[in-house]
Design a protein around this ligand. Structure first.
Ligand code: NAD
Length: 263
C-alpha cells in the first residue's frame, strides 16, 4: 500500500545523512558503539577522546564500513580544548555527551580528588560541552529541528546502589540537566534526551567487575532479562533518539536495563 493511501502513516526516517554528530568518549566502549551506529545510519561523525591511540581504530572501522568519520583528541574537562574543538567544526547537528567514568568506593572512603574528578567529568564537562554545542546548533535551520543532544546517563541516574554515591549523584544530575535543558531548548527546536543503561560490558565495566568478584552475580540477580548489557544494546537507542523517528521525544530518559528498575 502506498504511504499516501493513509495520510500521516509514513514511517519516519531513521537515517542521519547530512548530519554532523560529535561523540565524546568515543574511543572505546559505549561511545565507540554510538559513533559506529550513527555513522552506519549515515551521519558524519567526529569521534572525541582524550587518547589518540583509541581513536584511530574507531575511525578506521567506520571508514571500513563505508562511513565518514574524523577524530579529535580533546580532554572534555579542559574548557579551552572544548572551545577549540567546536570552533574547528563546520557544523554540529547531534551531540552524544558520553564521556564519563565510575570509581566505586564506600561512601566514607571517597577522597576529595576522586569526588572532584567525577564531578568535573560526569557533570561539569557534560554541561560545558552541551553549552558549546548548542551555541553551534543555534546557527542551524530550525526546520525540522536545529539539533539533538543525547546525554549518557545510567540506570544509576534512576536508582541507588552501594559504593556508588558519587556516581549516582552525577548521573541523577545528568537526568535533571536533561529535563531542564529539554524544556529550555524546545522552543529552539533542539531535543535533549538521556540514555540510561545497566551494566554494559565495556573496558570500564570489565575492570570494575574484575575488582569485585561478587558483583556480576549480584547484577545478574537484579536484571529480569538475565544478562548484562553489550554495547550493541545501546547502539539502536542512539540512532533512534537522534533521528526523526523520535521527533516528539524530548526530556526523556530511555532505560536500557533489562528490567532492573522495573522491579
Ligand atoms: P569507558 O571507560 O570504557 O570509555 C570511556 C571513553 O571516554 C574512553 O574513550 C575514554 O578515553 C573517554 N574519556 C574519559 N575521560 C575523558 C575526558 N576527560 N575527555 C575525553 N574523553 C574521555 O566507559 P564506558 O563504560 O563506555 O562508559 C561511557 C559512558 O557510559 C559513561 O558516561 C558512563 O558513565 C556511561 N555508562 C556506562 C555503563 C556501563 O556499564 N559501561 C552503564 C551506564 C552508563
Amino acid at each position: 500500500m502506498a504511504d499516501d493511501a493513509l495520510p500521516g502513516l509514513a514511517m519516519p526516517s531513521l537515517r542521519l545523512e547530512g548530519k554532523l554528530a560529535v561523540v565524546t568518549g568515543g574511543g572505546r566502549g559505549i561511545g565507540a558503539g554510538c559513533a559506529l551506529a550513527l555513522a552506519g545510519a549515515g551521519a558524519e561523525v567526529v569521534v572525541v577522546s582524550r587518547q589518540r591511540d583509541e581513536l584511530g581504530a574507531v575511525v578506521a572501522e567506520i571508514v571500513r564500513r563505508g562511513g565518514h568519520a574524523d577524530m579529535a583528541v580533546c580532554d572534555v574537562t579542559d574548557d579551552a580544548a572544548v572551545d577549540d574543538l567546536f570552533d574547528r567544526l563546520t557544523r554540529v547537528d547531534i551531540l552524544i555527551n558520553n564521556a564519563g567514568t565510575n570509581v566505586p568506593q564506600d561512601f566514607l572512603d571517597v577522597s576529595a580528588p576522586t569526588l572532584d574528578m567525577m564531578l568535573a567529568l560526569n557533570v561539569r564537562a557534560a554541561f560545558r560541552v552541551a553549552q558549546v554545542a548548542v551555541r553551534r546548533m543555534m546557527a542551524n535551520r530550525p526546520e525540522p529541528e536545529r539539533g539533538v543532544i543525547i546525554n549518557m546517563s545510567s540506570q544509576l541516574g534512576h536508582v541507588g546502589a552501594p559504593r556508588r554515591t558519587v556516581y549516582c549523584m552525577t548521573k541523577h544530575a545528568i537526568e535533571g540537566f536533561t529535563k531542564a535543558l529539554a524544556v529550555e531548548l524546545a522552543p529552539h527546536r533542539i531535543r535533549v534526551n538521556a540514555i540510561a543503561p545497566t551494566f554494559v560490558e565495556t573496558p570500564l565495566v570489565r575492570e570494575i567487575l574484575a575488582a569485585d568478584p561478587g558483583l556480576r552475580a549480584e547484577a545478574l540477580s537484579r536484571i529480569p532479562l538475565g544478562r548484562l548489557g553489550q554495547v550493541g544494546d545501546v547502539m539502536g537507542a542512539a540512532v533512534f533518539l537522534a533521528s526523526r523517528a523520535a521527533a516528539l521525544i524530548t526530556g526523556a530518559s530511555l532505560l536500557i536495563d533489562g528490567g532492573w528498575t522495573a522491579r
